[in-house]
Design a protein around this ligand. Structure first.
Ligand code: PAF
Length: 287
């Protein structure tokens, strides 16, 4: 992978990179298409990274469909599918882990204590190998995207980081490889998270500014769905991801719920500034 990238850089070819854990869906396809438009060559990595799963999480049953994923990549004109095995990425004896402490502490970090050091470590390794000019991450995993941006800045990793808007089903459910675990009844209940976030965003846009009050509004909405339980719903600063007592100009509404055994994440970024120019957030700026 590294030799190929070096050769392409020598020839002046730009490399776009989409890191994934496979089970590719329309959300990944959108990232690949954005990379295809912006760069000469596109690399997709497919690696179910064991270090970002906790001991009780779904590593062994995480969907693996390399054949189908390769076909999708071929159809989308991807130049390289980089699908290393575990030993290639973590050879026996490897020790180094990467942590981004403040951005890892809350939300997903509370529910999944070692998750983000696994993500930070593998993303550092992938960016070092692929040496992309630009990499694409989905906004659905907002905290991950914020952490990757911080990591890439702090460690001077290769290229720009672009965060692509969440791709949704018609009823608002954010696309995720884990949606395949939902039964028909659970699938019907799942959009409640998006509806709650939308209600929070609507409250903000119509003048509510108190974080706790907006949060309670979202909690009440999810509570109407009997098979959903809330992991967290929060009104946060889009950069630090700390909860906001009062929203000034922008907030990210973060949410995670469980339906049956399936954990669903989503978020909405809301701007309440009245200026006519659409401000860009910390997350969407690229370096
Ligand atoms: O979002 C994912 O699919 C993974 O967390 C990533 C970024 C590929 C790292 O394993």
């Amino acid at each position: 992978m590294a030799a190929w990238s070096k050769r392409l850089h020598r020839e002046g070819v730009t490399i776009g990179f989409v890191p994934t854990m496979g089970a590719l869906h329309a959300g990944h396809r959108a990232l690949i298409r954005a990379a295809r438009l912006a760069c000469d060559a596109v690399v997709v990595s497919i690696f179910v990274n064991p270090t970002q799963f906790g001991p009780t999480e779904d590593l062994s049953k995480y969907p693996r469909r390399l054949g189908l994923d390769r076909s999708l990549c071929r159809a989308e004109g991807v130049d390289v599918v980089f699908a290393p095995d575990r030993d290639a990425m973590y050879p026996p004896g490897s020790q180094t882990i990467v942590t981004v402490p403040a951005l890892s502490r809350r939300w997903e970090g509370e529910a999944r204590p070692h998750h983000f050091q696994g993500v930070a470590t593998i993303v550092t390794k992938l960016l070092s190998l692929v040496q992309p000019d630009t990499s694409w991450f989905g906004q659905k995993d907002y905290q991950q995207a914020a952490l990757v941006r911080q990591l890439a800045t702090d460690l001077n990793l290769s290229g720009r980081i672009i965060v692509h808007p969440t791709v949704r089903e018609a009823d608002g459910l954010a696309l995720s490889s884990r949606n395949v675990y939902l039964s028909a009844q659970q699938r019907q209940a799942a959009p409640v998270l998006f509806r709650a976030l939308q209600a929070g965003a609507a409250a903000l846009r119509s003048g509510a500014r108190k974080g706790p009050q907006i949060r309670r509004h979202m909690v009440r909405l999810v509570a109407q769905e009997p098979i959903a339980t809330i992991d967290y719903l929060a009104v946060c600063d889009p950069r630090s991801l700390e909860p906001l007592a009062t929203v000034q100009s922008q907030a990210v509404l973060l949410g995670a719920i469980r339906i049956g055994g399936v954990r669903l994440l989503d978020n909405l970024l809301v701007t309440v500034r009245t200026s006519s120019r659409r401000p860009r957030t910390a997350l969407h700026e690229s370096r």
